[in-house]
Ligand binder design. Structure first.
Ligand code: SF4
Length: 339
């Protein structure tokens, strides 16, 4: 493990799965979620992030999940055991921004590729073309550059120059395009955070924009965390999030496009461009409301308290959960409501 970081953060749920801590998770993570560590934390300053430079949140937190620090050797032992038992299907490396981050990622990839066979995903800041190529050559399976913001205005305000970051939305999109060229279709993803002040129309348009770049999108519900720049901003309304989840599912599955959907004067989703019967069956499957991302990723409780309400379900939905969602969405599926 020469050159690799000695320690790495492991999400609380993954600690249990990797045998690093005794405990019980009501929904087990299907991926080993890891986070790089730097003693000074993250050098960037995104307004929603617990790891941001100016955040005074707990240093062990990312979103609402705790990520304790573990020796890399113990994590590798846990990964070997979890793979043998079939407990996890993928490794996910998430990174902070700090000098030396890329070297850390390459050395971690090398360690993991030698130790286990499961695929590795990486979620990090947008990288240069040469770096993307090096990751591909090193055996990375999937690459995610989080866009997070539906619009330029939101981006500038929460993760661009408004918070002293060097990132731009167009720069992120360019890096995603480059990554698709190098990694191929279906292997590059991004995140969209709902509830940062964008309209429903803007959120759905951003999903389509990413889809047209052949980038898959994972939706997140903005979650206010004490100590971050957006600690006082409310979460998005559940029904609004459900509408965007359904639109996202239809776009990702190529069942409808943004241009097929209709919106109110206030830019709220009013129609999905498909018949009521078709939409009813899709909602009844529960699939649009489950966590989406790299194959096998369920990210339990990133956005929600384990007691609910669930913005993204980390498992199949129960019949009662599907009925509740179908009732909430019904007016939007048959066009009764225009709000
Ligand atoms: S979608 Fe899931 S596995 Fe893929 S990078 Fe994001 S958290 Fe990791």
């Amino acid at each position: 493990m020469e050159g690799a970081p000695g320690f790495i953060r492991v999400s609380r749920g993954s600690e249990f799965t990797l045998g690093l801590k005794r405990g019980f998770a009501s929904v087990k993570p299907t991926v080993a979620y890891l986070l790089t560590h730097h003693p000074q934390g993250c050098f960037a300053n995104c307004a929603f992030c617990t790891q941001a430079r100016s955040s005074v949140s707990h240093a062990d937190m990312l979103s609402r999940v705790i990520w304790p620090l573990h020796p890399l050797q113990a994590v590798v032992r846990g990964l070997r055991r979890a793979e043998a038992e079939g407990a996890v299907k993928r490794i996910c490396i998430q990174t902070l921004n700090y000098p030396g981050m890329f070297a850390d990622v390459l050395s971690l990839l090398s360690v993991f590729r030698k130790a286990v066979e499961m695929p590795v995903s990486l979620s990090c800041q947008p990288l240069e073309e040469e770096e993307i190529r090096l990751l591909k050559e090193a055996g990375l399976d999937r690459l995610v550059f989080p866009l997070d913001a539906a619009t330029e205005e939101v981006f500038e305000r929460v993760k661009g120059k408004g918070v002293g970051n060097p990132f731009t939305r167009s720069g992120c999109l360019t890096a995603l395009e480059k990554a698709v060229e190098i990694f191929g279709r279906g292997k590059v993803g991004s995140y969209l955070m709902v509830g940062l002040g964008e309209t429903e129309r803007e959120a759905v348009a951003a999903v389509q924009e990413l889809k047209d770049l052949e980038v898959f999108t994972s939706l997140f519900a903005f979650t206010p965390i004490p100590g971050t720049g957006l600690e006082n901003q409310p979460k998005p309304s559940l029904v609004s999030y459900r509408k965007i989840q359904l639109a996202h599912f239809l776009i990702e599955r190529e069942l409808a496009r943004f241009e097929d959907m209709t919106f109110t004067e206030k830019n709220n989703l009013a129609g999905f461009g498909l018949s009521y019967d078709t939409l009813k069956d899709i909602v009844a499957s529960g699939l649009p409301f489950q966590t989406r991302g790299c194959a096998g990723c369920n990210r339990p409780y990133y956005n929600e308290d384990p007691k609910g309400p669930f913005y993204n379900y980390p498992r199949s939905l129960t019949a009662a959960e599907v009925s509740e969602i179908a009732a909430a969405l019904k007016p939007y599926l048959n066009g009764e409501l225009r709000g």
